[in-house]
Design a protein around this ligand. Structure first.
Ligand code: GLA
Length: 376
């Protein structure tokens, strides 16, 4: 009797206290931005090793996501196989899981992926079962050639079909919708079973592209929350096309946006400066805040913008961004942000407590740079 009670309690406890999937924005690494079609088994193992040795796993980067070009052919039963770059996906999943990490994969609802490999069209349930059998924990599902077989208005149903197939496997698999923000996906992405959905076309490792994407996200905040996130695409931090001020802006803005933090660089070869950005726990804590409230722009003037994000403990993240081509002062009036007294702050890039701030508070922000504060 006692044993039966204990067992019943354990079942109850695991249901009651199990974290819902993607309760905070997914964090990890994805192969595409740096490796593209050069990804293979060794690259993925090296990324997993580097997540552990760099400390990034312990900072929250858990998903190791293989993007496009792993796919081989289907056999006579229609079962998808890997190509020669991935000799044994189950063994790779075991390796990744053995490091306390999770493995992600990629497919398309169309006949072909964006890079022209085998997609999941008419094999949705079979592929979901294959992924679950391999031990896959995350699927990015990329529209691409689906446009040849479906209308855009079919998107919600097409994504729901794969969400259902994934759920039917009984394995918790994060479902990432990738259709570039078409059809106002933020309005139906969660209902279609998405844990995150891309809100834009592809990012590039360039200031203009990254900042266009990031700063255009204002207004989408009401669609994000625990379990379902807006995804302005994966990180370019450390890929070499921007300077460190620009990468700090990229990372800070993504944290304000409650965006997934999927590093897209070569983790095995990153510089200390790149690691210092990706591993900034103060900024990660903003991104991963348990209330899951996406930030918004509260002020802009010329190239200067102030963004605010409300946090679970009643404090706020405040991002002072300078999109201009030279250093400029930015002034914050705390009263306009709802403070009757000027708040105390921590500077999240200087890693310094600033004490009580002045009213108004003026700080010089580097060209393309950011000052990121947590105020209370
Ligand atoms: C699309 C996606 C990218 C990447 C490539 C792979 O462009 O938006 O993120 O997955 O396909 O082919």
């Amino acid at each position: 009797m006692k044993l039966a009670c204990a067992a019943a309690f354990l079942v109850f406890a695991s249901l009651a206290f199990a974290q819902p999937i993607a309760a905070t924005p997914p964090m990890g690494w994805n192969s595409w931005n740096h490796f593209a079609e050069k990804v293979n088994d060794a690259v993925v193992r090296a990324a997993a090793d580097a997540l552990v040795s760099s400390g990034l796993r312990d900072a929250g980067y858990i998903y190791v996501n293989i993007d496009d070009t792993w796919e081989g052919q289907r056999d006579a039963q229609g079962i998808i196989h890997t190509n020669e770059k991935f000799p044994d996906m189950k063994a790779l999943a075991d390796y990744v899981h053995g490091k306390g990490l999770k493995l992600g994969i990629y497919s398309s609802p169309g006949p072909k992926t964006c890079a022209g490999y085998e997609g999941s069209y008419q094999h949705e349930e079979q592929d979901a079962r294959t992924y679950a059998a391999w031990g896959i924990d995350y699927l990015k599902y990329d529209w691409c050639s689906a446009r040849q077989v479906y209308k855009d208005s079919d998107m919600p149903a097409v994504y729901r079909k794969m969400a259902h197939a994934l759920r039917s496997t009984g394995r918790p698999i994060v479902f990432s919708l990738c259709q570039y923000g078409d059809e106002a996906v933020w309005r139906w992405g969660a209902e279609s079973g998405g844990n995150l959905w891309r809100t834009t076309d592809d990012i590039e490792d360039k200031w203009d592209r990254m900042s266009d994407i990031g700063f255009s996200q204002n207004g989408l905040e009401r669609f994000a929350g625990p379990g379902h996130w807006n995804d302005p695409d994966m990180l370019e931090v450390g890929n070499g096309g921007m300077n460190d001020d620009e990468y700090r802006t990229h990372f800070s803005l993504w944290a304000m946006l409650a965006a997934p933090l999927l590093a897209g660089n070569d983790l095995a070869k990153m510089s200390p400066a790149t690691l210092a950005i990706l591993a900034n726990r103060d900024v990660i804590a903003i991104d991963q805040d348990s209330a899951g409230k996406q930030g918004r722009r509260v002020w802009e003037e010329g190239p200067l913008e102030i963004w605010v994000r409300d946090l679970a403990d009643g404090s706020k993240a405040v991002g002072l961004f300078n999109r201009g081509h030279r250093a400029l002062p930015i002034t914050v009036r705390w009263r306009e942000l709802g403070y009757s007294q000027p708040p105390s702050a921590r500077d999240l890039w200087a890693h310094k407590d600033l004490g009580k701030l002045a009213e108004p508070y003026t700080v010089t922000v580097a060209r393309h740079g950011v000052v990121m504060l947590r105020v209370r």
